[in-house]
Design a protein around this ligand. Structure first.
Ligand code: NAP
Length: 329
């Protein structure tokens, strides 16, 4: 496996990062099995994946707790990314969404960040976080200024509690504001074959400043794995029910496109998920493909995508298909 450096920290990470949102379960994902999730994390690590992404908001702490359980005894073998900024334990910050009886707010105030970090360290059973990411940026004119948030993150770095700083769900202006204060090691943004909005301005800005991009939801929550059919159904509250690409005609168009890639999966002796992950990793500026898995077979399959390298002509042919597919209706 060819490891990729986290910013300029010297920390080496696998190009595929294991995502743990679904491991948190809850209304957005339906039920998860913690024992199976621990096994999935172990399977990914056994396949050479050393980068794991989680967040307090994934199952209101459950995602972090499962990761903590899984990496116990092998903390030095994994690079853990977790997040701050979605806060439900006080009334600081603007309300963002309601779930499971909690009001989740967006706060990047130093006070809430420090409290969140201490709780994350306990859940993850560790005394440091490798990459600490601001999960969602605060909205509004009276938001916590980015230099104040960064001041707190830089202090935490100095104290040895975090090793690198990242930001997620940002605008180009946010990135410029972070960079005006100090280095940003990574950003985490939605980027999938079916949603490439961050190209090219955002990707070029990050690329030019050596800010690594973690592309999230690269499998479009399973749709691009080819294992979701027109008959597959999801719970009413599940996130996938609200993604336009999962709806009737749109889903049909994606499935037809994926069927057209059989010659490619045969050529590379790979699965569709592996083709999709590898294609994502070959896009300019994309440093990591963040693929979620809570099942052993998914974790193994996704990890093995690191072994494939695509011919540039095939990378371009896939892009042409995506351009022809266009937008969901
Ligand atoms: N910063 C942010 O705001 C943000 C937002 C979204 C995601 N993320 C991060 O990015 C990670 C990945 O995104 P995501 O979880 O939304 O979506 P994803 O990686 O596109 O999809 C994950 C889901 O796809 C299915 N899947 C995965 N591998 C598969 C395979 N090989 N074959 C068939 N199905 C497969 C699984 O569904 P089942 O488990 O139901 O089978 C899995 O839970 C998250 O876990 C999280 O760490 C961050």
């Amino acid at each position: 496996m060819v490891f990729r450096e986290l910013g300029t920290t010297g920390i080496k990470t696998s190009p595929v990062c294991l995502g743990t949102w679904a491991i948190g379960g809850g209304p957005w994902w339906g039920e998860s099995d913690d024992e199976e999730s621990v096994k999935a994390i172990h399977a990914a690590v056994d396949e050479g994946i050393n980068f794991i992404d989680t967040a307090p908001a994934y199952g209101f702490g459950r995602g972090e707790e499962v990761v903590g359980k899984a990496v116990k005894g092998m903390r030095d073998k994994v690079v853990i990314a977790t997040k701050c900024g979605l806060w439900w334990e006080g009334d600081e910050g603007e309300p963002f969404f309601e779930m499971d009886g909690y009001t989740v707010r967006r706060s990047l105030k130093p006070g809430t960040i420090r409290k969140e970090l201490e709780t994350s360290l306990k859940r993850l059973q560790t005394d440091y976080i490798d990459l600490y990411i601001t999960h969602w940026q605060e909205p509004g004119d009276d938001k916590t200024p980015i230099d104040v948030t960064m001041g707190c993150l830089l202090a935490l770095k100095k104290e040895g509690k975090i090793r690198a700083i990242g930001a997620s769900n940002t605008t180009i202006q946010d990135i410029k504001d972070y960079l005006a204060v100090s280095r940003l090691d990574a950003v985490q943004e939605r980027y999938t074959m079916l949603d490439r909005k961050i190209e090219p301005e955002y990707t070029e800005l990050c690329n030019g400043k050596s800010v690594g991009i973690m592309a999230y939801s690269v499998l479009e929550q399973g749709l691009l794995s080819g294992k979701i059919t027109m008959e597959s159904t999801f719970g009413d509250a599940e996130y996938r029910n609200h993604i336009p690409w999962f709806k009737g005609e749109n889903r049909q168009r994606v499935i037809r496109m994926l069927e057209g890639w059989t010659s490619l999966t045969e050529k590379y002796s790979c699965t569709l998920s592996q083709l999709v992950i590898t294609w994502t990793l070959s896009q300019k500026g994309i440093t990591w493909a963040l693929a979620g898995a809570r099942k052993v077979n998914h974790a193994k399959e996704n990890a093995r995508a690191c072994e494939i390298s695509l011919d540039p002509m095939d990378v371009q042919a896939i892009r042409s298909d995506l351009e022809s597919l266009g937008e969901p209706v």
